[in-house]
Design a protein around this ligand. Structure first.
Ligand code: ITT
Length: 190
């Protein structure tokens, strides 16, 4: 059994990451490793934040650690909310407020192209490796669906059938998501 720590405190991300981990890998959370506060996340890029979180856990317990930092990048907003996706509408980090603000900022926009991007940082005794996963899509006109979290109710992947991520079963989202693509890149690099 390979023991690793998933350096994320977002329960939805943990569930999605766990569902695509290879056989024989046992994943603990930062909480399991004894971390009670927030993991450091003060960078201005997904790469910096993922690196900070993974390195913090490696330095704390010297167990290989995998951190996920993700964001939604909207073309007409020059890549916003991007690295600030979790607190787009303010420090309360409300998924509902974030989605409402994004839809309000896109009223009348004909170009609704966006992409979800995940950066995984893998911290081991050898240092830090970064892996990326991207999924291209469109921002819906309204919220649709009940599954998922964050911006899933307003993101329609181009590779799908017109449903938002939140209208897909969890396994359907995972089959094409930014996060699972990044995990596949990590597995290939092991
Ligand atoms: P950790 O730092 O503990 O991993 P977090 O929620 O702070 O958790 P991020 O800094 O990566 O995670 O924030 C990314 C935000 O982007 C997250 O709060 C969601 O609103 C959104 N997001 C990320 N992945 C998503 C996905 O697969 N579907 C929908 N929204 C997503």
């Amino acid at each position: 059994m390979n023991k690793i720590i998933l350096a994320t405190q977002n329960a939805h991300k943990l569930e999605e990451l766990r569902s695509v981990l290879p056989e024989g890998w046992e994943a603990q959370t930062a909480f399991d490793a004894g971390i009670r506060g927030e993991l450091p996340e003060t960078g201005s890029t997904l790469e910096e934040n993922a690196t900070q979180k993974a390195k913090f856990l490696w330095d704390y317990c010297e167990i290989s650690s995998l951190a996920d930092d993700s964001g939604l990048e909207v073309s007409v907003l020059d890549g916003a909310p991007g690295v600030y996706s979790a607190m787009y509408a303010g420090p309360e980090r409300s998924d509902q407020a974030n989605r409402s603000l994004l839809l309000a900022n896109l009223v009348g926009a004909t170009d609704r192209a966006a992409r979800f991007r995940t950066v995984l940082a893998w911290a081991t005794a050898e240092g830090i490796q970064l892996y990326e996963g991207v999924v291209y899509g469109q921002i819906a006109l309204d919220e649709r669906g009940e599954y998922g979290f964050g911006y899933d109710r307003i993101f329609i992947p181009n590779d799908g059938d017109g449903r938002t991520f939140a209208e897909m079963l969890p396994e359907e989202k995972v089959a094409m998501s930014h996060r699972s693509r990044a995990v596949r890149a990590w597995i290939t690099g092991l």
